[in-house]
Design a protein around this ligand. Structure first.
Ligand code: KG4
Ligand code: ZN
Length: 384
């Protein structure tokens, strides 16, 4: 090893540390403004948030209409749309916040997990802006962002708490012990995510993408006990599994189709699309609520937050609320705009990460399969 380069690196660390401590002392008396950038899937988003909770702008350019015809997100199309939208979206977020880059304290960006080509667009933009401005580059894990959406809804919220994050890619129960890290994922899905199951079954039923809202709508007025779908759980673990319920629902629908055909109708005499959607939705919601309930009991947390696209589901929100009320658990459920992908949640998480001294260098890479623990790689300098 070259000793010169080792010495240079260490002295660089020390000066970064001094800079950050000075910066923190100065900024305790003023607002901290973070620009958040999110491009992990099919939403190009940018937002400016003050002190992790006050949203000055929250711009989301959704590509849903483009992907709908394919029944799901097409990665190549997503990347191309991000390239087109990213600068106008950032421009609009700054404009709505009545700011220029010079007014910011840092730029936070989702580095993973997600579609690699999509993530790269946001990461490259954030790197470009931080390179020309000298602003800190703050790498954010997408799930951390979904957790932070709770601070936007409830600025009085304080760790420690438990978070249920459910989306198109995740079903996780996370112990949030501090503002930025350490987080501990105490449950994850062993196969599909609940949003993925909603999207797949919606496709089978001939409903539109995204499937979650389509199934929720179809479920209105349906009997949720018309069909019985399996609810998977594991001994000694809070982990989820949704592939079983997904397969059971596909098989049930094929049987129903055959019966309907025999009866010469679209649906059999004693069953409706509404019944099917309500029963399927109920199975997913029951699983999410019962696992969260078990995790609360085992860990003793008295505060719960939920987030992620699937937490926009009314049935889930109502059932979680009821469970929390029974157990005297303080519950935060973000409004719908902060449940689905957005950049305000990334800017909020960015603020807490900024305060904890998390910084990335100009070599920051996008990581499709990022774990929450990967954040530790960026904790280079300080403990404020
Ligand atoms: O968090 P999100 O916007 O993106 C990911 O990180 O995946 O979540 C998108 C997922 C999709 O699978 C969509 O069907 C689901 O969230 N979703 C819903 C609802 N709104 C969105 N699922 C159930 N009910 C909803 N109302
Ligand atoms: Zn998400």
């Amino acid at each position: 090893m070259n000793h010169d380069s080792e010495m240079i690196d260490k002295s660089k660390d020390d000066s970064v540390k001094q800079d950050n401590i000075a910066l923190y002392q100065e900024t305790k008396t003023r607002d901290i403004r973070i620009l958040g950038i999110e491009t992990s899937c099919d939403e190009t988003a940018a937002a400016v948030v003050v002190d992790g909770a006050r949203v000055l702008s929250n711009v989301v350019a959704s590509q849903i209409d483009l992907h709908r015809v394919y029944g799901g997100v097409v990665p190549e199309i997503a990347s191309r749309e991000h390239v087109k939208a990213i600068l106008p979206v950032i421009d609009r977020a700054l404009h709505q916040a009545e700011m220029t880059l010079a007014d910011l304290d840092g730029i936070a960006v989702t580095f993973g997990p997600g579609l690699i080509g999509a993530l790269l667009v946001g990461v490259a933009a954030a790197k470009g802006f931080t390179a020309v401005t000298g602003l800190p580059l703050i790498p954010i894990h997408h799930i951390e962002g979904h957790v932070a959406s709770a601070y936007l809804a409830n600025p009085a919220l304080r760790p420690p708490f438990l978070a249920l994050i459910v989306s198109g890619g995740h079903a996780s129960i996370i112990e949030v012990r501090d503002w930025a890290m350490p987080f501990r994922e105490i449950a994850r899905t062993r196969d599909d995510a609940p949003g993925e199951a909603f999207d797949k079954i919606a496709r089978v039923l001939g409903l539109s993408y995204p499937g979650g809202p389509a199934i929720e709508k179809a479920a209105q007025g349906g009997r949720d006990d018309a069909l019985h779908f399996p609810e998977a759980s594991f001994e000694d673990s809070f982990d989820f599994s949704f592939s079983g319920v997904k397969t059971a629902a596909i098989n049930a629908y094929r049987r129903i189709e055959r019966q309907a055909e025999r009866e010469g109708r679209a649906w059999p005499r004693d069953l409706t699309l509404q019944d099917f959607a309500a029963s399927f939705q109920k199975a997913i919601v029951n699983t999410l609520v019962s696992h969260t309930e078990r995790a609360l009991d085992a860990t003793g947390y008295k505060t719960l937050v939920i987030g992620g696209g699937v937490s926009a589901n009314r049935c889930l929100r109502d059932n979680i609320e009821e469970m929390a009320k029974e157990r005297v658990i303080a519950l935060t459920i973000p409004p719908l705009t902060y449940c689905t992908d957005n950049a305000a949640m990334i800017a909020s998480a960015g603020y807490f990460a900024w305060r904890a001294g998390r910084r990335a260098g100009s070599d920051l890479d996008a990581t499709a399969m990022a774990n929450l623990e990967d954040i530790n790689d960026f904790l280079t300098n300080i403990n404020l």
